[in-house]
Every structure is written in C-alpha cells, then in structure tokens.
Design a protein. Sequence first.
Length: 178
Amino acid sequence: MNKLLPLLFCVLLGLSSAAQKDKIEWLSFEEAVKRNEKEPKKFIVDVYTDWCGWCKKMDANTFTNPVIIKYINENYWAVKLNAERKDTVVLGQQTFINENLTQRRGPHQLAVALLNGKMTYPSIVYLDENVELMHPSIAGYQDPKSLEEIIKYFGEGSYQSTPWDQYVKEFQSAISAN
C-alpha cells in the first residue's frame, strides 16, 4: 500500500495539471497585477455582467475553445472583471469603487475607466506588461476565430507595426473549420 501512494499522488497531480489546461485560468485584476510583478505578461480583461446573455455565450462557446485556452494561458494574464462588482479595488496608488451600490446595474469605476465610459458587454480590454492600455476596448461577442485573430495580434506585438487590415489578410488560423 505504501508503494502505491507515491504513484497515486503522481497520477492525481497529472490529472489536476491536465484539467488546468482545459480551461482559461481566470484571475481577479488584483491577482493578475500581483503575478505580473514576478512574471510580466500582457493582460486580457473580459469585462462582463451577470445578466449579459452574450457574455454567457462567449464563456460557453469562445473561451472553451482549446486554441483560445492554450494561447491565452501561455501569453496573457486572463482577468474576469464583473463591471458591476460592489467591492473596492486598489491598484498601486489608485482606488476604484462602485459609487452606485443602490442601483440595480451600476458600473464599477474600474470598469468605467477600462472601457472609457462605453459600457457595452461583453468588452475585452488588452493591457501591456506595464498594465497600460494597448488599444481601446473591443466590444461585442467574438467567436473563437475572431478572438484568435485579436489575441494573437496583440499577443505577438503585431499591433505595434502591422495595420489590422494587413494582419487579417495574412492571418492563418489554428482553429479548424467545423
């Protein structure tokens, strides 16, 4: 029995590791910033609300695609940000709150800042390793192939030198057609 325990532990550890690769490792904004201090990466911030149907569809159809999962986990700190969260967020010297605690759908200051006041859901925000905006938020539902183009455009740094139209013409998707 004692000889089986190390083997069982290794098997369970392997299963746990494999399970983590089957989904995006979503973090809070605070946790992503903390991890970024030790291992700088770009950020992808999914700004959503609990009542948003397109947000749920994107969670179910886009963020479950193996190509999307692998690329995001390897190249980004993935953040889920509820645009209507009620707690306080402290990032560096800035404090963000939700001033609308009594309103049914009141946006949090952090969501307002990231979306530049354009409160459309879902919206995705891309930040560089210095936690600075790379591009204005991209609003609306993205299917896996559309999101793949965008995450690779920012993830590879192509946004710095290649116009979007040119990038899309040359882009080769890793997602097979169904």
